[in-house]
Design a protein around this ligand. Sequence first.
Ligand code: UDP
Length: 355
Amino acid sequence: MALSGDSGGADTAMQTVLVIGGAGYVGSHCCKQFALAGWRVVTFDNLSTGWRDLVKWGDFIEGDILDLPTLKAAIRATTPDVVAHFVGLTDVAGSMADPASYYRTNVVGSMNVADAMRAGGRDKIVFSSTAATYGAPQVELLTEEHRQEPISPYGSTKLIAERMLLHYETAYGLRSVALRYFNAAGADRDGDTGERHHPETHLIPLAARGLLRDDYVFTIFGEDFDTRDGTAVRDYVHVSDLARAHVAAADYLVAGGISQAINLGSGTGSTVMEIANAIEAVAGRRLQRRIGPRRAGDPAVLVASNQKAKRLLGWSPRPLGLSEIIRTAWRWHSVTDHGWVGPKTPEILQPRLVT
Ligand code: UDP
């Protein structure tokens, strides 16, 4: 199996993490945090939504999780101490329109990852799960014990994968930490990586697009929710903080920890309107916006209790919170990533605004 990259081969004293989906948004930030923590990093990615130029830490293997022989070969070649599995389709509305793709990638793909690990004698996995597994919350702060009744195919596929991993622990000794992300947001503080989806569906990049381009009007999806200003409340957590939690979860598994599901959120919620106002303030210009209908599958409020992450992983998000999320995201979209908003061959736009 050919590895390409900058590590120059394994140092036997180092622990290895195989980052499946390491060329994507959260995955690439995790590669950086693992590298900073002294791990040997290998990214496995099919580059369908990820980016080769964001694979900056360690080696790279191009491959698809639906291709089991290649996945097995990658695990044999790298013998990872821990696998961090980020690959997944993640758009709630997209999952409503095309559930088959979501079940294939998120369920069959995750099963392939677990089976390739079994075949290669690997027994520790950090899995990217989601707050969408809870469905419509019954309480203000969601703890991990909250009933899981997803209201979208996306949430359902991630819940199935979580449960599969628990059964794999009982039967085969494969230990997992399922990290239930709330809203990953922001960009690397040094501008080394950031959010670049195509098509983009997320709030902050789309608000940035509204500020950077005259031909795009930002839409607020619903202002009739039962919230303080009528727009939906989400818990935004800085992607680099999220990435640090993966290193802590890997350490937890290496230390012998049993399988867990752990929320990753800041513990506070912001409305869509508040986010739009905050990015407008950082950019120093008005964001053209309109009100649209609610988006299918969107609950009114999703906010995490992050006490379990604090207790088990010693993790908490850095205190700067939302202001740093907005500042780093705006810098990434307007300067570092050149306001990139196009298809796979980036059209480099000259930034019109610099913070
Ligand atoms: N949202 C919005 N306009 C947009 C994109 C998103 O009003 O152009 C809202 C969306 O309905 C949700 C919140 O912003 O209430 C966060 O959406 P996002 O897609 O970023 O993350 P999700 O919560 O779906 O994981």
